[in-house]
Design a protein around this ligand. Structure first.
Ligand SMILES: *[C@@H]1O[C@H](CO)[C@@H](O)[C@H](O)[C@H]1NC(C)=O
Ligand SMILES: *[C@@H]1O[C@H](CO)[C@@H](O)[C@H](O)[C@H]1NC(C)=O
Length: 235
């Protein structure tokens, strides 16, 4: 069992335990702290910080990178019922359910790209950043519901907030972000503005971390290239 496997396994096992039981988080906290202290931090996608628009709002440019993603079409009400299924599909991929049986390190954030489709239906595409080590040649997922997606360079406006993210918190932060952008006359893609009307919700912590949690909502600047949809973009 190598380090990356242990780290992924610990992350996933704790995630599942917490999902399965609404009690017991307090007991798990020391385990997670132990894992963190032992294995250090998770790799994050690189980005350029262009500007600080407030204490919590940043303008960033993420270079084009590959992510491992899985997508479901759901109503906002149903989205939470599929979250663990999506997480576990991606988690299995990094644990070796891929053509090279390669173990890939867990990264942060776990980000979900949200696209409004029609009526009540949204596309929720959960993604793990593929570590630099595998960027050039990511192994092919075994599960047909997981695909390697090449995102183009992303020009994003990000708002950061703490606590356990909920739909209400997300909406509240989204409103704060978009109000700030509008006020500063910064153009961005709004919901219901067509195929690029996308936003991202990102989480950086395991569910057992209580303090200094980091969540973000990202909206896209109007100069972004269209994002890939539905087609595997590697091979
Ligand atoms: C944004 O704020 C951080 C922290 O205060 C600072 O280190 C950084 O230089 C600022 N970046 C820009 C582009 O203004
Ligand atoms: C909007 O911009 C003005 C002038 O730049 C500033 O004084 C005001 O606080 C801003 N309001 C919000 C909600 O950001």
């Amino acid at each position: 069992m190598n380090m990356s496997y242990q780290r992924s396994f610990a992350f996933g096992a704790i995630f599942v335990l917490v999902l399965c039981s609404s009690v017991g988080q307090a007991q798990l906290l020391p385990i997670f702290d132990w894992v963190r202290s032992f294995f250090g931090n998770y790799e994050e996608p690189p980005y350029q910080l262009v500007a600080n628009l407030s204490d919590t709002i940043e303008e960033r440019i993420y270079p084009a990178k590959r992510w491992a993603c899985t997508e479901q079409f759901l109503t906002p009400k149903a989205k939470d019922t599929k979250r663990s299924e999506m997480f576990m599909s991606l988690f299995a991929y990094i644990q070796g359910k891929n053509d090279g049986e390669q173990k890939i390190d867990m990264t942060v954030p776990v980000t979900t790209k949200v696209d409004h489709r029609n009526g009540d239906l949204y596309s929720y595409e959960m993604c793990f950043f593929i570590p630099q080590e595998f960027q050039a040649n990511p192994p092919r997922p075994e599960n047909r519901n997981v695909r390697v997606v090449s995102f183009p360079e992303l020009h994003v406006y990000s708002i950061r907030y703490g606590g356990y993210s909920t739909q209400e918190l997300e909406q509240e932060q989204m409103t704060l972000l978009t109000t700030t952008l509008k006020n500063a006359s910064i153009p961005y893609f709004e919901e219901n503005q067509g195929p690029r009307a996308t936003y991202f919700v990102s989480g950086y912590d395991s569910p057992t971390k209580f303090w200094s949690r980091r969540n973000e909502v990202w909206v896209l600047g109007k100069d972004n290239k269209p994002l890939p949809t539905h087609v595997p973009s590697v091979d």
